[in-house]
Write a protein that binds this ligand. Structure first.
Ligand code: PGA
Length: 230
């Protein structure tokens, strides 16, 4: 399984270094990918845990103040990158067209994109889940060599709220994604934690998890990983 840890905009450098030491005591067979805040990417000591970024520029290296290009990420050994996270779609007005460009830049540098898709509460209430998932997946339509792209289903109403969909609801979306892109790994993200993993792990369509809040707590993560094994 793939366990991607999205630290978001958390930790001072001192806290991050301590955190990383704790994280490195985890002994687990899953592919664990740490996505720290970008300024700490170079403070990461590569071991069993792989390195991911939380964002990339849609431009190649050049005159783009404040941006970080895919080639720059590659030059510091980043192997994965989250794209299209709902927080960026909302706060930075990222569009599907821009997200597609970001994916292209990452693939040019052999960095594996982790594409986040998912519906809002209102969209679910209006029975638009199928439509939204299909629209967001269109980003991948004309992209060649897309089989390695990881897709993360993250219902927006579930992120950071402690609420998760029912297994039936998750399975419905997983099946939509897998019917269009059967080769791609699909993660679930949104309040996944050491308590609800007993419920989530019964869903065989899930290839892994994108974890936000719990990623900040290695001791909880250890319980999560232990439960995932059994
Ligand atoms: P959460 O975040 O686990 O805190 O809900 C998941 C995410 O935003 O990737």
């Amino acid at each position: 399984m793939i366990i991607a840890l999205n630290n978001k905009c958390n930790f001072t450098l001192e806290e991050f270094i301590k955190y990383q030491q704790e994280l490195n005591t985890i002994n687990d067979k899953n592919t664990i990918i740490l996505c720290p805040t970008s300024i700490y990417l170079t403070n990461f000591t590569k071991g069993k845990i792989k390195l991911g970024a939380q964002n990339v520029s849609s431009n190649i290296m050049g005159a783009h103040t404040g941006e970080v290009s895919a080639s720059q990420l590659k030059s510091i050994d980043v192997d994965y990158c989250i794209v299209g996270h709902s927080e960026r779609r909302k706060e930075q007005n990222e569009t599907n067209a821009e997200i597609k460009e970001k994916i292209m830049r990452l693939l040019e540098e052999n960095i594996t994109p982790i594409l986040c898709i998912g519906e809002t509460k209102e969209e679910r209430e209006q029975n638009k889940v199928n439509q939204i998932i299909n629209e967001e997946l269109k980003i991948l339509k004309d992209i060649p060599n897309k089989d390695n792209i990881i897709i993360a289903y993250e219902p927006i109403w579930s992120i950071g709220t402690g609420l998760i969909p029912t297994n039936k609801e998750i399975i419905e979306v997983m099946n939509i994604i897998k019917s269009i892109y059967p080769q791609n790994k699909v993660l679930y993200g949104g309040s996944a934690n050491e308590k609800n993993i007993d419920q989530l792990k019964t869903i065989k369509q899930i290839d892994g998890y994108l974890i936000g809040g719990m990623s900040l707590h290695p001791e909880k993560l250890k319980v999560f990983l232990e439960k995932l094994k059994n």
